[in-house]
Design a protein around this ligand. Sequence first.
Ligand code: ADP
Length: 184
Amino acid sequence: MIALFFGAPGVGKGTQASLISQREGIPYLSTGEALRNAIAKQTEVGKLAQTYVESGGLVPDDVVTRIVDETLKQPEFAKGAILDGYPRTTAQAEALTEILRGYGKAVSVVVNITVDTETIVKRLLLRGRKDDKEEIIRHRFGVYAKETAPLLDYYTNAGAAIKTIDGDAEVEVVYERVYTSLNA
Ligand code: ADP
């Protein structure tokens, strides 16, 4: 199974993606987490990514795609993958299609988590990560609406199953919904 976790910043896709990964034993990659680690370590990629991440913009496609390409080469990803935060643009989706084609694979399912915007702004302000300031959050929403939301059509056309989940509930309740939709 190649599953993408989709949704605006703060919908809880990272939480759900990592829970499904742990409980189902499918390896997981969060590009946001990978970038934050790279920034913390001040690697080449980290230095390149820092200003984009901290201002709520998108890191250039080739930089994130390289991370995904390298990660999917690891042997444990032969059994499947859960991707969180990638792809975020049409160019990334096309790159991912090519990478997966090299393994004779394709995205099978997109878990699209939705939560009302004002509810997520409150959640993110509580989370308080460096890019969780109101102005930057609103900017990230704009980027999501413009660049990422259209990918739902891309994956519908590509024949992936789209599972839209109401994410406005406790973590375990949302998990049940996600789990049920993946096993339907
Ligand atoms: P959130 O879902 O709250 O936006 P993420 O951890 O997924 O949090 O992403 C945080 C930031 O990392 C993004 O705002 C962006 O700057 C960068 N980022 C993560 N994934 C990508 C990607 N696929 N393409 C470009 N930038 C990315």
